[in-house]
Design a protein around this ligand. Sequence first.
Ligand code: COS
Length: 393
Amino acid sequence: MYLEKKYNDFRARIRDFAERVIGPHVARVDETGVYPKELFDAMGKEGYLGMVVPKEYGGTGFEFLEYVIAVEELSRVCGSTGLSVAAHNGLGCSPIVRFGSEAQKKKYLPEVASGKKIASFGLTEPQGGSDAGNTQTTAARVEGGWKITGTKCWITNASFGEVFNLTARSDPKSIGPKGISAFIIERGWKGFSSGRKENKMGLRGSDTAFLHLDEVFCPEENLLGPEGNGFKQFMMTLDTGRIAIGGMAVGLAQGAFDVAARYAKERHAFGQPISTYQAIQWKLADMAVQIEAARHLVYHAARMRDMGLPLVKEAAMAKLFSSEAVRFVTYEAIQVLGGFGYSSRYPVERMYRDMKLCEIGEGTSEIQRIVIAREVLKQTEKLFGGMVTEKLS
Ligand code: COS
């Protein structure tokens, strides 16, 4: 895919970092589920934990496209790293950047952008992931602030995150997406705890756990954005988060392709490299097309974000397509490697397990289809105005 030189240079820099610093740990991280803290520290030093934070608040102020390329390159080497970094930047830091007051930005952004504290996001609850408007966590008004009670689940970086953007129903009479507000909660506040780390199929190094809030007092100044606007803010956060998950999918797919293509050239069968057989060539060609198309959709949505354009449809399309592309690519990569692909001697089986989250997290593929259908139907209305169907007589 054609890209301006500055993006290619940026890619080369982060690829080198991912291969040199993260690469040696990946197999062990997958096996044990333990992610070394020094890797977070190393990423913090490079500025990769403050990519969406403007420079005046201690971040690198990268373009969104650069951020997506970074998530892609980290995921090409290690999906767990890609997801942890995307969740911290896109879901942890970003809502404070977009919706925070000046005082909140000054208080929280420098410490999360440097990686001194990891930031996280809590929307999903046990009784409803896709039905995000059915928030059961409550925020009851008390003197000086709010008392928050409820449970959030599948929260990335929950076990060690220190700053959490959470939604809770602040209007007790409301139902559905209205009457939900967003709050910034800190670990250490009385009544706040995280549950046991989930034992997952893939992305095993990326921390996932429940959060429990038992009458946690949240001061008024930690209401994030206007009261009652939490659902919309979180939907807007997910729109851009979905582009980053698209970047993660492209990265995992590229990682699997690179292994498969190289293996096909080195591996001999029936007296010649398997890359000389059409059966393998067609697989590699189809894989390459899927990756290229996914990357186009993801980068296009990222550029729209950089231009401040509406991108609900483009973000959902990018995530949906790239999530399905990476499923195809990692599946075929295993097939190219045969028995070796099925074994943990090569990383493609890990990538196959890691990629499944792309079809679930930050909105399932089914939710992306709902979002896309709503948007294209709206556009169709604008295009045609009146009826196009013939009147029945
Ligand atoms: N940006 C801005 N506003 C948005 C929005 C978006 N992307 N999506 C919805 N809204 C607004 C709507 O415009 C509506 O506003 P008004 O009441 O002023 O008209 C309000 O939010 C409610 O929206 P809607 O009626 O569409 O809500 P639904 O309950 O029908 O939910 C879906 C819509 C299903 C799309 C939403 O719940 C969703 O995305 N669910 C998946 C959640 C998810 O991704 N979870 C994974 C989290 S992993 S971190």
